[in-house]
Write a protein that binds this ligand. Structure first.
Ligand code: 28F
Length: 641
């Protein structure tokens, strides 16, 4: 049955605009979804799911399924009200068709409807449609199932009734257009993380994520009745916590929702994640500022009132009350202003005072009502303040030292002659593995070598004062020149590339992890700006007579042997156990020469994933670590060869 039989003039006119609109999306996809790389590809799913989440936030939907089918075809289904199918008064076609073909359908035609779920304010479906080879929408409502198919944004069938039902809801099936996207393969682990986060941020919503591509399909049920309380418990799951359950506040006012969950653990790490309309605000913003201001004030007032801080003593600083704190700050608001370099900083000023007053009121009540928990937290804050003082003294000591000595560079450093940091490289090498051959093999004009000695510090379990006095880390800090923590200054970096070079064995992997954790916790901009690399020495040498090849895996060995058509017994495979087994010439050629070497640049895109990797790898609960490495072998591989 045809629903939109009565085409008229206004329909034709508006359809012309419509096609122009979708053409614009196809011409400049980046303007709408950021990029046409893997990131943009995953964004398509996100836009469709955001519509379902909005439906859930409107109270009409509690279940969303997302399926990656064979051929990377995506199906998203919800049990909401179903997109309206009646003829749209202005456009003269069914509303569901308007939603899929008109840009800005949300704002312009939806009567001021806004998205609380981080979607493109109702433009999402039309953008996804424009960028899909095909898209099929099925709506269940008013007793019927309606269906319409589009190709590259254009309807290829009218909206038809294809059956009857007593359910309601919307199902969207689409295939991203290979003409648009460079990458078409969906990453299940990435989506699992994203939609788990989504399930945490929207309590009670059941998200079912399915991967049908493998022989045996994978199904994950994501639903958290506890919402962000469960989120905090999840982040802290491998840590010793100071109190159970997490502290939780919620407040809804007009169209605003503020939710906060917080729990202290016994580490020294601040771990606060903030969100606005389900979008991670990694650059922070007004909601985060409001939260931080409030907790600092509340803890100080409480500490003064109950004499934890004496009259002649100084106040706690913000960093003291955030040490060992895991928290989620999640706000939902009608008109979010995203600012900052990556548009992930919330700018709405009204949110700051709203969060501040809610936290002040409710955290004060909590502390008064739970004196035992309050004591534990306060004592931790006071210890942090004392450690901060000790660190300041240690730092002044190192500063004074550097003022006295003209060259502060560590004695073990074999520096390069070039002074322009941009072209300089430093190889950080574990002492006994290859320091010597690296020094001989390098190009001393632009390559410096720093061998590491002594006992490494686990920075996850230490405060900054310990870092300043650690015999192994101090040479790294002075050689790089940037200082650490609050004092970190990227402009002082002495080498554009900081390269960790260690053996491909367990010990090597350990030192890599420890150094990366150190960089992540104390020199994060170094990683964020792409200065940290991991050298990739080959694991094998295959040779036949004078002919030699290097390989990085057994697979690669097989490939070379096959390509060369070498017969058994004709060639020799040498397995390198350590860098030390290579001559300085070999080390240069395989691992250090920019023309021939392989290196991995260390990237941490997602703060949550990075934090999880580091805390799980470095924490002291051993069992979860093993499980984690097994579950996340792939991710760890990226960081840890
Ligand atoms: C698989 C993707 O897109 N679900 C959606 C709804 C429900 C309504 C709606 C959507 C009407 C005019 C904007 C239902 N009943 N899943 C989805 N479910 N959109 S998208 O309305 C959209 C507005 O333009 C809906 C009553 N009101 C709204």
């Amino acid at each position: 049955m045809l629903v939109n039989a009565n085409h008229n003039n206004s329909y034709d006119e508006s359809q012309i605009q419509v096609l122009e609109g979708l053409e614009a999306v196809r011409k400049r996809p980046g303007m709408y979804i950021g990029s046409t790389s893997s990131k943009g590809l995953h964004h398509l799913v996100y836009e469709i799911v955001a519509n379902s989440i909005d439906e859930a936030l409107a109270g009409r939907c509690d279940q969303i399924s997302i399926t990656i089918g064979k051929g990377n075809i995506i199906t998203v289904q919800d049990n909401g009200g179903g997109i309206p199918v009646g003829i749209h008064p202005k456009m003269g076609i069914p509303t569901v068709e308007v939603v899929h073909t008109v840009l800005h359908a949300g704002g312009k035609f939806g009567g001021g409807a806004y998205s609380l779920s981080g979607g493109l304010h109702g433009v999402g479906a039309s953008v996804v449609n424009a960028l899909s080879e095909f898209l099929i929408v099925e709506v269940a409502r008013d007793g019927h199932i309606y269906r319409q198919k589009y190709e590259r944004g254009k309807p290829v069938t009218p909206l038809e009734i294809i059956g009857d039902t007593d359910r309601t809801g919307t199902k969207t099936i689409f295939k991203p257009d290979p003409e648009i996207f460079e990458e078409l393969e969906f990453d299940f682990d990435l989506m699992l993380n994203r939609y788990r986060e989504m399930a945490f941020l929207n309590k009670g919503i059941k998200i079912i994520l399915t991967d049908e591509r493998p022989e045996e399909k994978v199904v994950k049920n994501l639903c958290y009745e506890g919402g962000i309380v469960s989120f905090v418990e999840y982040i802290n799951r491998n840590k010793e916590v100071l109190h159970k359950p997490p502290i939780y506040f919620e407040c809804s006012k007009d169209n605003y929702i503020v939710e906060i969950a917080m729990q202290y653990n016994d580490t020294y790490i601040e771990n606060i994640h903030s969100y606005a309309n389900n979008i991670a605000t990694t650059e922070g913003g007004t909601h985060l500022t409001g939260f931080k201001t409030a907790i600092t004030k509340v803890f100080n007032d409480y500490a003064r009132k109950y004499n934890y801080i004496k009259e002649n003593e100084k106040n706690l600083m913000g960093e003291d009350v955030r040490e060992g704190l895991t928290a989620i700050v999640s706000v939902k608001l009608p008109d979010p202003q995203f600012e900052g370099q990556t548009k992930t900083k919330l700018g709405n000023s009204e949110i700051r005072s709203l969060v501040e007053s809610i936290v002040t009121e409710k955290l004060t009540d909590f502390l008064e009502e739970n004196p035992q928990v309050s004591r534990l937290i306060l004592e931790k804050c006071l210890t942090a303040a004392r450690a901060r003082e000790a660190a300041r003294k240690a730092r002044e000591l190192t500063r004074r030292k550097s003022a006295l000595e003209t060259t502060t560079l560590p004695g073990k450093l074999a520096d390069c002659t070039e002074k322009n940091a941009e072209v300089c490289e430093i190889f950080i090498v574990e002492g006994d593995s290859a320091g010597g051959s690296a020094k001989q093999g390098r190009d001393r004009r632009f390559q410096a070598i720093l061998p590491l000695w002594g006992k490494m510090l686990n920075v996850e379990k230490s405060r900054i004062d310990k870092v300043y006095t650690n015999e192994k880390l101090l040479p790294v800090i002075t050689a790089l020149g940037t200082s650490i923590g609050e004092d970190f200054d990227l402009s002082k970096l002495r080498y554009g590339k900081v390269i960790i070079m260690a053996d491909a064995d367990v010990d090597g992997s350990h030192i890599r992890t420890l150094l990366l954790t150190f960089f992540y916790r104390y020199m994060r901009p170094l990683i964020e700006n792409g200065h940290v690399y991991i050298a990739r020495p080959p694991l094998f040498k295959i040779s036949k007579g004078k002919e030699e090849y290097y390989a990085y895996s057994e697979k690669e060995v097989e490939k070379i042997v096959k390509e060369k058509n070498w017969k058994k017994g004709e060639y020799v495979i040498q397995r390198y156990k350590g860098l030390g087994e290579m001559s300085s010439e070999q080390l240069w050629e395989t691992t250090m020469n920019p023309e021939t070497r392989q290196m991995l640049r260390v990237e941490v895109e997602d703060a949550l994933a990075a934090d999880e990797i580091f805390t799980t790898l470095m924490g002291d609960k051993v069992e979860p670590r093993r499980e984690f490495i097994q579950e996340n072998a792939k991710y760890v591989t990226n960081l840890d060869i």
